[in-house]
Design a protein around this ligand. Structure first.
Ligand SMILES: Cc1cc2nc3c(=O)[nH]c(=O)nc-3n(C[C@H](O)[C@H](O)[C@H](O)COP(=O)(O)OP(=O)(O)OC[C@H]3O[C@@H](n4cnc5c(N)ncnc54)[C@H](O)[C@@H]3O)c2cc1C
Length: 413
């Protein structure tokens, strides 16, 4: 293996721009092959991480697309050496597809979270406050609680240990742990977060849980942490109702003819590559907030990241599509109709919005837009249309398809 240049972990702050995302990919590329495969499970701690990419906030909001990262890594390392990194990126795509096939699992999470929070007795509320503040006395766990609150990022292995200790040692409700992550992570994502917590709890792969152990934590933190008193068994949680059957992914409608308004929501902030050629984009509307009892973004840090990322994406989109300045507005039908009429658009297009608060809000306002003669069209990327329908079972059957599907994408698989 060629010796690698010293790598400086990017500053803990995450500037919300595509230029920053591209810089980070460029810096990480030499390490995305065998080096990543060998070191990705080790968490050397903030400021010392050279083995993982720290790209997730950028990928989650698609300031950077999965396809372009995979393409660049393949160009440097080839399919064999890049396999581990590519499989990890494809976990994101897989979780998105899995939830897209079963949107009711997201609703079930929200309902259970809200009911548990509303019914929490004072003992539970105190235990939750201690866990979130990093005051449990559990080595590592307390540090990760503070890290996530301070920085909005946590290494994958630390997320697994944290979730396992939350559920099996502290015996706290998993939905409230998932909610703590959602409120604090910059990459907070309905699919990756909910389904990973379910996986640790034994709900996702029925009967299979993830148990954090002192030995594993000490080994993969290089001795930084060695927590005592962790649960020694992890009995899978159970759900009262069976999972809904997978339903087919909705077909993508044809892109509209005539002038259209581009709506950007934060689910996909690279509109330059999100649509087929030939769209007549006459104006741009952006929406970065949903108010109400289930607001979005889920937390303040992600909200600030998203506001910067949206400003960056809007100025790129204005230049790329040659429109006037984007109109910032609320995600409601009157604001969208006003923006569409102002630029003479007869439809609204938006990059696909996977299962989550934005998709739910758009679904609720689409009938009003249609009734006003301005249909809303969600355009899905080929990448998602190609991979998502294969997320019917576990990741391993999905993984078997990855090489062939990458070749269909025109990439070396
Ligand atoms: C309990 C729990 C909750 C999680 N919640 C989220 C979440 O809300 N949002 C989120 O984006 N990820 C979540 N993950 C997945 C994963 O931990 C992060 O994507 C990853 O740690 C990001 O760090 P990185 O960019 O340095 O990853 P790298 O190791 O450098 O991986 C490269 C990219 O691959 C993808 N990836 C890697 N591992 C996973 C994984 N296990 N699942 C899905 N995608 C992956 C990410 O896009 C990541 O940026 C969660 C994992 C667990 C165990």
């Amino acid at each position: 293996m060629k010796p690698l240049q010293p790598f400086e972990e990017p500053a803990a702050a995450f500037p919300g721009t595509r230029a920053e995302a591209l810089l980070r990919v460029g810096a990480f590329l030499p390490r995305a092959g065998r080096h990543y495969a060998a070191g990705r499970n080790t968490d050397q701690g903030p400021g010392h991480r050279s083995d993982v990419s720290i790209l997730s906030p950028y990928l989650r909001h698609r300031l950077l697309t999965e396809r372009e990262v995979v393409e660049r890594v393949l160009a440097v390392h080839g399919p064999r050496e890049a396999e581990k990194f590519i499989h990890e990126v494809l976990w994101r795509t897989y979780w998105k597809g899995w939830l897209e096939l079963r949107p009711a699992v997201w609703e079930r999470f929200l309902d259970e979270r809200d009911a548990t929070r509303a019914g929490a007795a004072s003992g539970l509320a105190k235990a939750l406050a201690r866990a979130e503040a990093g005051e449990t006395g559990i080595d590592g766990f307390d540090d990760w609680a503070k890290e996530i609150t301070d920085t909005g990022y946590l290494h994958n292995h630390a997320r697994m240990w944290f979730a396992s200790i939350w559920i099996f040692t502290l015996r706290l409700p998993w939905t409230l742990g998932a909610d703590f992550f959602l409120r604090n992570l910059l990459d907070a994502d309905p699919a990756s977060n909910t389904l990973s917590w379910r996986w640790v709890a034994g709900l996702q792969t029925t009967g299979k849980t993830y148990l954090a152990t002192k030995e594993n934590i000490a080994r993969f933190t290089e001795g930084r942490f060695s927590p005592k008193g962790l649960a020694e068994t992890a009995e899978p949680l159970r759900e009262e109702t069976a999972l809904p059957a997978a339903k087919p992914i909705r077909p993508t409608p044809p892109v509209p003819a005539g002038k259209t308004l581009l709506l950007m929501t934060g689910e996909d902030l690279h509109p330059e590559s999100a649509f087929p050629k030939g769209l007549d984009i006459a104006g741009i509307a952006t929406a970065t907030r949903i108010e109400g009892t289930r607001p979005w973004p889920f937390g303040d840090k992600a909200g600030r990241f998203l506001a910067d990322a949206m400003a960056d994406a809007a100025s790129r989109a204005e230049a790329h599509f040659g429109t006037g300045p984007a109109r910032m507005g609320a995600l409601d039908a009157p604001s969208l109709l006003t923006a569409a009429k102002a630029c003479g658009a007869t439809s609204i297009v938006t990059p696909e919005t996977p299962v989550g608060p934005v998709a739910s809000t758009l679904a609720s306002l689409a009938p009003e837009l249609s009734a006003a003669g301005i249909p809303l069209v969600r355009v899905r990327r080929d990448w998602d249309s190609r991979f998502w329908p294969h997320a019917t079972k576990g990741f391993f059957p999905f993984r078997e398809r990855i090489s062939a599907l990458l070749r269909e994408e025109g990439l070396p698989g």
